[in-house]
Write a protein that binds this ligand. Structure first.
Ligand code: FAD
Length: 474
């Protein structure tokens, strides 16, 4: 038999259930289709396209250059491939974004109507979103019971599957437009530093996991909050594109600790994978998550939405060092530390009273790990409008956050080098530094580094007032 293996967000050979099925005794046609028809406003951002370009190059090389790379409507392209190769089966691993779910359902029924066998597999989530329901039979809305009662007590994640050993890939150059035809590399070459830090593809993912388990995992619980320590696994873009599966990460971590989840660092790390599951779960059950406030109280909120505020935030020029360092890390590396994502998000939404959609959109374009589920759930969490969100009145103070998590200012000094000679005492609040200290550090505020855009205390109060007004109007 002849099977089409449709690669999507599973750009790997190991632990790939659909690929393993495809290779079971049949000829395999490996295909990746860049879908520019169905995603609508959720088409990939620029940083993700950079990643995808390199990830596809890596997968293609693992497949001895037999990956067919095409662009267009998958329903049409798959139909053409079936005819061309006389294929009788199509397989894929499931994706969970609402537009993908809708598209895949349509393709599945088209194929079935044409007597083509079709199978989909779980390649990405430890627990399928429809498996985990509360006692009342509805979806959970709070993380801890979802994860601890729902997931952990439901069943163990499925076992990892080996890479196929016996296979025969069919290839026809007429059906391959080639990687460059996708034109994924953005015109603006801001990404020149990305490859110093990242290696897209299965090998890069395996390296990051192996490094993380060799040491950082042992102090993960504490170190994960310190932005200048490289204390996390840096697997998010690899997980998003499926160069490694959550199952591989889950079991490799557990195996390292004799299968036990009791160690606090292991528990803390695995629960972050749990947050990844929860985001996908929310998006699956509440498909309007990227667009609509989960908590409708926020529909009445009076946003200020000043465009210059947004531009200064995007450029890392707000005059608040912790915020600016984060925004510059994002621009330079395609990544931002999780603690700092929360700080810059809270500052944008609360201090600058700018709609979370604006922050979400900028992250979508700039993050290498941009993921519709994690990004929209996290922005709603930060804004206070989401499921199980941080309450609106809990407004992160970027100065105290900086003093707590970056006490020596190492992170700020890395990304805001113009502040590097400021003493620790003022590194997170240069506007409080006496004139002679600023002079000694070679800084004139307003010239070398901006004055703060807003007063933190006053803007905090303004946000709280606007929130009370929205609540009363509800
Ligand atoms: P680790 O700490 O090593 O965690 C391991 C894995 O768990 C991550 O790779 C990721 O897949 C998952 N994970 C960790 N934290 C979260 C979380 N809070 N929510 C969901 N999954 C999580 N993550 C994305 O993958 N894509 C996004 O678009 C994204 N947008 C975010 C936007 C905001 C405003 C915030 C506050 C967080 C966002 N996150 C997003 C979550 C988190 O910041 C990143 O997953 C994490 O920083 C990735 O680094 P790491 O792989 O070293 O994480």
């Amino acid at each position: 038999s002849t099977t089409i293996m449709w690669f999507r967000q599973d750009l790997r050979l190991r632990d790939n259930p659909a690929l393993r099925e495809a290779c079971r005794g049949s000829n395999v046609i490996a295909v990746y289709i860049y879908d520019d028809i169905n995603p609508g406003s959720h088409e990939m951002g620029a940083a993700s396209k950079w990643w995808l370009h390199h990830s596809l190059a890596s997968l293609n090389s693992s497949l001895d250059n037999k990956l067919h790379i095409l662009k267009g409507d998958p329903a049409v392209i798959i139909d053409q491939l079936i005819k061309k190769f006389d294929a009788n089966e199509v397989v894929w691993n499931r994706c969970y974004e609402p537009w993908q779910v809708k598209r895949d359902k349509q393709i599945k029924s088209l194929l079935k109507n044409n007597d083509i066998a079709v199978q989909s597999f779980n390649g990405s989530l430890l627990w399928e979103p429809w498996e985990i329901m509360n006692k009342a039979g509805s979806p959970y809305k709070v993380f801890t019971p979802y994860y601890r009662k729902g997931c952990l007590q439901a069943h163990e994640p499925r076992a990892v599957v080996d890479a196929p050993r016996h296979y025969s890939y069919l290839y026809d150059a007429d059906c391959d437009s080639g990687l460059n035809s996708l034109a994924l590399l953005p015109d603006i070459k801001w990404y020149s530093q990305f490859s110093n830090r990242w290696q897209p593809g299965e090998e890069g993912a395996a390296k990051n996991l192996s490094h993380f388990l060799s040491e950082p995992i042992q102090s993960y619980k504490e170190a994960r909050d310190v932005p200048d320590k490289k204390g996390t696994s840096f697997l998010s873009p690899h997980l998003h594109f499926g160069e490694i599966s959550a199952h591989q990460v889950w079991y490799a971590t557990l195996n390292k600790f004799n299968g036990s989840i009791d160690n606090p660092d292991v528990d803390s790390y695995l629960s972050e994978l749990g947050w990844r599951e929860f985001s996908h779960y929310l998006l699956y059950h509440f498909p309007s998550l990227p667009e609509k406030n989960f908590n409708s109280k926020f529909n009445q909120f009076h946003w200020r939405n000043k465009s210059q505020d947004l531009t200064d935030w995007q450029n890392g020029m707000t005059g608040v060092p912790m915020v600016d360092a984060g925004m510059r890390e994002l621009w330079q590396t395609g990544y931002m530390h999780n603690r700092v994502r929360m700080i810059v998000g809270s500052y944008l939404v609360k201090n600058l009273m700018t709609h979370w959609h604006q922050g979400e959109a900028w992250f979508w374009d700039c993050l290498l790990d941009a993921d519709l589920a994690a990004n929209s759930a996290s922005w709603q969490w930060v804004a206070g409008s989401g499921a199980d969100a941080s309450p609106f009145f809990r407004i992160f103070n970027p100065v105290t956050q900086g003093e707590k998590f970056d006490p020596k200012g190492a992170y700020v000094r890395e990304y805001c080098p113009e502040l590097k000679d400021l003493p620790d005492k003022y590194i997170h609040k240069p506007w409080e530094a006496p004139e002679h200290i600023l002079r000694d550090a070679g800084i004139t505020l307003g010239k070398d580094y901006p004055h703060p855009l807003v007063d933190l205390k006053e803007s905090r109060q303004a946000a709280l007032d606007a929130y009370s007004a929205a609540k009363d109007a509800h």
